[in-house]
Design a protein around this ligand. Structure first.
Ligand code: FAD
Length: 566
């Protein structure tokens, strides 16, 4: 808006801009005129998604420089790490969400939000086709199109059912706020059903048999929350059924929490055993009907168990809109959309992807690792000394912290110990190590560390990183095709994305948690639960949600959880 009495040229600009035209006046001199001509030439950045990656990008992008538009079927940001707490009413659903309009309103420049779902990405014409949330999928006449100069895809992922029959129809997922609310209602319905008159014991047992498929952090946390809810609150209210309750956690691998340190996985398994949560490892669910879950194991073959409620939490898969886009750009042979280390989609101009919907191209990672070896092997002998191997590792760790995490926590710890010993021993340090053998060991790492973990931490850091790159507008203008990989001298113009791992938590119930912190630091017990409370309170997206979450925790401690079926 113009302040004071508008001049003739200001009026002209106002008319031109408001009629949608792009106007540039050579003699326009006032600040407002300059500002409006800048506005008209701002590049359009379209962001798909308002999750961890999208919101972090929006919070950090300089919206005075870009014309930013956001499309998402969710007009709020949800703090997903607290979703398991919502399933049992420890925290209220509304305490962990923040309207996206409130977040973007805090920005200096204007950001537009469109409440819709992207159905198709047309990267040739630089447009995205969207359906408003109020319209049904078949109502394509309501479709709207948004044009972009740069597209930021941050649509997250969907639940992976591995095409197991009956999962979609009969299991709950735990991905969205609505899922957590539905689980909460269903837990209570199971208890009310089991408490009805004229049921035999077998029927009651079936109603209060809760099955969780997937022993990752989400499944484990939900099992722990449910156990606490039942023992602390429901056991007093449903004395008739309290002794019939059963919680089963089914995991296809040998251990639950297998992305954590072994000590944490063992502690969790022992604690669950003490709590009476049945952990069934080595079982793969093959079918789910409305009454039974059928699973298979090598030792026991196929068994079916009746259940009252099932929650499916076995990892993530690519969304259909991304699969379609991957086909268009020649990535159909992949399972996840690949980007380079600058988060630009491989084989596509001006399109960036971050968070759970994308992965950094691992073929490039192996190329990089090979290049590091080549530089280290100065005499081309095919062997490196222990010292040189140490340098190589340090270089690899600097570029790929996830490799370090993987090596240190699990699979090559013996090999690394050997290196450590050798370093202090002059005789051993002179022993050469065959590069090919060492690369073979790393090839295993490569196949294991396929991607960065699909976590909020990664998504938020990527959103922040990409916004910072966009903010370096001048450099972008000099390189319109996007950040360059490497210059002739081998130096990066834009630093590639580097993930910083700040550790991870696994709440295990009974006011105990396990924490895996940087530097191989493990903490398990009540102290870690307090650390968990403080970290999760501090990570809230606004003061409003921070106050709400903390007051929910206090409410629960004083009054217990609410058991109404609403
Ligand atoms: P999301 O956060 O899923 O956001 C995707 C966004 O895209 C949403 O707004 C969605 O509505 C929108 N969208 C979807 N389809 C379309 C479309 N077609 N068009 C436009 N927009 C679309 N990570 C941790 O680091 N620590 C934890 O403790 C932790 N706990 C978790 C607990 C649970 C129960 C769950 C489900 C996840 C947890 N995670 C945790 C993982 C973390 O939530 C994800 O890794 C993170 O949400 C990924 O962020 P994202 O932005 O890629 O996707």
């Amino acid at each position: 808006a113009f302040r004071g009495t508008p001049t003739y040229s200001q009026l002209l600009i106002f008319v031109a801009v408001s009629s949608g035209g792009l106007v540039a006046y050579a003699d326009a001199k006032s600040d407002d005129e300059i500002k409006s001509s800048q506005m008209s030439t701002r590049k359009r950045v379209v962001v798909l998604g308002t999750g961890w990656a999208g919101t972090s990008f929006l919070k950090n992008i300089d919206s005075r420089v870009y014309d930013v538009q956001v499309v998402s079927p969710r007009n709020y940001f949800a703090f997903t790490p607290l979703l398991p707490s919502v399933t049992c009413g420890t925290v209220d659903a509304r305490s962990i969400v923040e309207p996206i309009r409130k977040i973007i309103k805090k920005k200096d420049g204007e950001i537009t939000f469109w409440d819709g779902e992207c159905l198709k990405i047309d990267s040739i014409n630089k447009k995205v086709h969207c359906l408003p949330c109020i319209a049904t999928k078949s109502d394509s006449s309501r479709e709207f199109i948004v044009s972009y100069d740069y597209l930021v895809i941050a649509v997250g992922a969907r639940v992976n059912t591995f095409n197991t029959p009956g999962v979609v129809e009969n299991c709950h997922f735990l991905k969205e706020v609505e899922d957590a609310q539905n689980i909460r209602k269903d837990v209570m319905l199971c208890f009310e059903r089991a408490n009805l008159p004229d049921l035999d014991e077998e029927e009651r047992r079936k109603d209060v048999h809760f099955v969780i498929v997937g022993g990752g952090p989400t499944g484990v946390e939900f099992a722990a929350e449910l156990h606490d809810f039942i023992t602390e609150d429901l056991a007093k209210l449903y004395p008739k059924v309290k002794d019939l309750v059963r919680i089963s956690l089914i995991q296809s691998g040998e251990h639950i929490l297998n992305m954590f340190d072994e000590r944490i996985a063992n502690f969790a398994e022992e604690k669950f055993q003490r709590d009476g949560i049945e952990v069934k490892t080595g079982f793969r669910v093959v079918k789910v009907s409305d009454k039974d879950i059928t699973m298979k194991s090598k030792s026991m073959g196929e068994i079916s168990v009746p259940y009252g409620m099932a929650v499916w939490s076995t990892g993530i898969a690519t969304r259909p809109v991304i699969l379609d886009f991957m086909k268009q750009i020649g990535q159909s042979n992949r399972r996840v959309l690949a980007t380079n280390e600058w988060l630009r989609v491989c084989g596509c101009e001006d399109v960036y992807a971050l968070g759970d919907c994308a992965t950094i191209d691992q073929r490039k990672v192996m190329e990089d690792i090979s290049a590091i070896f080549k530089v280290a092997d100065k005499d081309n002998s095919g062997t490196l000394t222990v010292e040189e191997i140490q340098d190589v590792l340090e270089d690899i760790y600097a570029r790929y912290p996830q490799v370090e995490l993987y090596l240190k926590t699990k699979h090559m710890s013996d090999f690394l110990d050997l290196l450590k010993d050798a370093k202090g021993d002059a005789a051993k340090a002179s022993v050469d190590i065959n590069i090919e053998q060492f690369k073979e060991a790393l090839a295993d790492v490569d196949s294991q560390v396929k991607t960065l973990p699909a976590t909020a931490q990664v998504a938020a850091q990527q959103g922040h990183y990409l916004a910072q790159c966009f903010n370096k507008i001048k450099v972008c203008a000099e390189n319109p095709e996007g950040p360059l990989r490497m210059t002739q001298s081998g130096r990066h113009r834009f630093k590639p994305f580097r993930y910083k791992h700040f550790g991870q938590f696994a709440p295990l119930g009974g006011e105990q948690a396990a924490a895996e912190l940087p530097g191989d630091w493990i903490s398990i017990g009540h102290g870690s639960q307090w650390l968990w409370y403080s970290v999760y309170a501090s990570k809230q997206v606004s003061w409003r949600t921070r106050v709400l979450v903390v007051s929910d925790w206090l409410k629960r401690a004083i009054f217990g959880r609410d058991s109404s079926c609403i």
